[in-house]
Design a protein around this ligand. Structure first.
Ligand SMILES: Nc1ncnc2c1ncn2[C@@H]1O[C@H](COP(=O)(O)OP(=O)(O)OP(=O)(O)O)[C@@H](O)[C@H]1O
Ligand SMILES: [Mg+2]
Length: 511
């Protein structure tokens, strides 16, 4: 049957009507690429007629000038060629210019029409304008890309998991927070990101309509577990993602709380230190006034008392009473001396010296060597020579006070450890005084730096040692704090600014 038989066949009539009724422009091509027929929609859309189309090749009627992409009519890329070769439907998508010069996306679908022997006899090509679909696809992909960028650039960690708890989304901040890459995370379950039972508890709260809106968990503080097993406090909000009313996934946003908590702690410390400084300053002024007032009458008591003692025979019945008066007056003198030292407003006279030398010197200056008898002294001094620019005499006084407190706490036997070290990055130098005494009871912790607070028996302590140490450390831009205390002993920490290495010449000059 010749090619024209398609039209001469008496049964072909209704098929041609169907062909013309197709809403897509459609062509029937012969294997040699020439056009056998075109439907009404094709003529209408291309504003052409059969005489210009029939018998010509598709390459001729679709000049490449119209196509905005490289033509693919030659060789194995040609869809007609592929239909002839594989015997199945093939398609290509082109961006072309329509008759008004507008860019449109066109999909050309090529399907085989088989002959009696199963060979591809003709190929039917239909052209579909898919510009709307393509534009929607582009919009969708632009929105997706934007959402991806928003998620990835978020400073909060964002995680999403499917119903089985498998991770389906993890942004950069979450990778940094949890220490997993998104690839590692694929291998583990969301439950492993929390301490045991926490993930289930979060899901329970998410589903509970009495806690926030259903499927939403308001900001909550939880601990998460990183890849290295570290527990980190975070603030978290979470939501269930529903699809068609069913739970499809959960998503959560995390913010690391470590820095916030650190700042909070520092703020509280600074506030309590300020309070302590103000309290000590006003007590200092009060003590100075009292000490001055008592000093003059006390000097008279001692002067006249000693004169009487010289005149009184040693076996006089009042001699022992006079001795008691003089001993107690001496003790008062000592207290007044300490009070004046505590409240004096002198500026420290600063020198540059090695921190380790301060430790040795303070130990040598302790007069009452009996104290050392049953106490083991351990020195853990930093190998590097740490330089300090401060009032050495004042710091010796602080260290001696701490060492005597430690001896008192150990009641004659134990171990006293003196340790020096530094934090080079922070430019700080440290001395720790550790004893194996009974520790400071919790209820006394806030009072030990107060002047006159003592737990020692009358005559043994005035309660001025730690408050003086506090004032001296402040004057020297340092700090004193109780690092640790308990039934095993106490560690008092002194912290000072380290002198930068470049300032050695000054040290050499005075050393
Ligand atoms: N290392 C320590 N172990 C246990 N308690 C201590 C220690 N250091 C200080 N304390 C407690 O703090 C109180 C105050 O100490 P602080 O040095 O100010 O005064 P003091 O030692 O009692 O008297 P002073 O130092 O004036 O002779 C002490 O009485 C004691 O209760
Ligand atoms: Mg003391």
């Amino acid at each position: 049957m010749s090619d024209c038989n398609l039209y001469q066949d008496k049964d072909a009539d209704w098929r041609l009507r169907v062909f013309d009724a197709l809403s897509f422009p459609t062509l029937i091509l012969k294997p040699d690429r020439t056009i056998l027929a075109a439907n009404a929609k094709f003529y209408e859309r291309n504003q052409t007629w059969a005489g210009e189309i029939i018998g010509r090749t598709c390459e001729e009627i679709f000049p490449h000038a119209r196509s905005m992409q490289k033509p693919s009519c030659r060789g194995p890329e040609c869809p007609l060629h592929r239909v002839l070769r594989h015997g199945n439907t093939q398609s290509v998508v082109h961006k072309v210019l329509d008759h008004d010069g507008e860019e449109v996306w066109e999909e050309r679908v090529f399907s085989p029409i088989f002959g009696d022997r199963g060979e591809v006899k003709y190929v039917i090509e239909s052209l579909r304008d898919i510009t709307k679909v393509k534009n929607l696809e582009k919009k969708y992909s632009d929105v997706r890309q934007l959402i991806d960028k928003v998620v990835q650039s978020s400073v909060s960690g964002i995680l999403a998991a499917d119903r089985k708890g498998e991770i389906i989304l993890m942004n950069k901040a979450a990778e940094e927070l949890f220490g997993y890459t998104v690839h590692d995370a694929n291998l583990i379950n969301i439950e492993d990101f929390y301490p045991p039972g926490v993930a289930r508890e979060i899901m329970r709260k998410l589903r509970d309509e009495n806690i926030g809106e259903k499927g939403k968990l308001p900001s909550t503080q939880v601990n998460i577990i990183t890849k290295t097993g570290e527990e980190i406090p975070v603030e978290m909000t979470a939501a269930i993602i529903y699809e068609g009313g069913k739970e499809a996934a959960t998503a959560a946003i995390f913010n690391d709380l470590r820095e916030k908590q650190l700042v909070q702690k520092k703020l509280e410390e600074a506030e309590s230190q300020l309070f302590q400084s103000e309290k000590l300053a006003s007590l200092g002024r009060l003590s100075a006034g009292v000490a001055h007032e008592i000093n003059n009458p006390l000097t008279s008591i001692l002067l006249y008392g000693n004169l009487m003692k010289e005149k009184l025979a040693s076996d006089h019945p009042l001699a022992s009473n006079l001795n008691y008066i003089l001993e107690d007056a001496e003790r008062c003198k000592e207290i007044v001396k300490n009070l004046l030292a505590y409240s004096r407003q002198t500026r420290p006279s600063k020198d540059v010296f090695f921190l380790n030398n301060l430790v040795g010197e303070s130990l040598r200056l302790i007069r009452d060597q009996k104290l050392f008898m049953n106490v083991k002294i351990v020195k853990e001094l930093d190998d590097c020579q740490i330089m300090i620019n401060a009032d050495k005499n004042q710091l010796c006084q602080v260290l001696i006070n701490l060492i005597i407190n430690a001896f008192d706490a150990m009641e004659g036997s134990g171990t006293l450890t003196l340790k020096t070290y530094r934090d080079r990055g922070a430019g700080r130098a440290y001395i720790e005084v550790t004893d194996t005494g009974g520790g400071i009871p919790q209820e006394n912790l806030s009072k030990v730096f107060d002047p006159f607070f003592t737990t020692k028996e009358v005559g043994k302590g005035t309660g001025l040692g730690l408050s003086m140490a506090y004032g001296i450390m402040e004057e020297n831009h340092g700090r004193i704090s109780i690092k640790e205390t308990g039934p095993q002993g106490t560690t008092i920490l002194l912290e000072l600014p380290e002198e930068p290495a470049g300032n050695e010449y000054h040290f050499m000059a005075i050393g």
